[in-house]
Design a protein around this ligand. Sequence first.
Ligand SMILES: [Zn+2]
Ligand SMILES: [Zn+2]
Length: 107
Amino acid sequence: MNEPARVEIKPEGIAIVWDDGHISLYAHKYLRINCACAGCIEEWTKRQLLDPITVPADIQAVDYMEVGRYALQFLWSDTHYTGIYPYETLRALCPCAECKAAGSKKG
Ligand SMILES: [Zn+2]
Ligand SMILES: [Zn+2]
């Protein structure tokens, strides 16, 4: 499994440099909407409780911390902080063309 070598919170998004050299740049809102905490996703049905419309367009990650050696946790400007993003999920969410193409091949 790939791990982030470096995480940078930039005005235009959250940049992760992976240990294999791959670089992911996530828009703040994109990651916030993909939060999988119990407040945003119903545990059993996986139904999204978070209405993306309620997330401000100018949402920003204010800070982050590492959770164990497997995930990142972000503190968002809307004070939401319960979301834990496992490295595997983050890598799967990478919006770059290369990862999107790889993802669509897998189906
Ligand atoms: Zn959440
Ligand atoms: Zn990628």
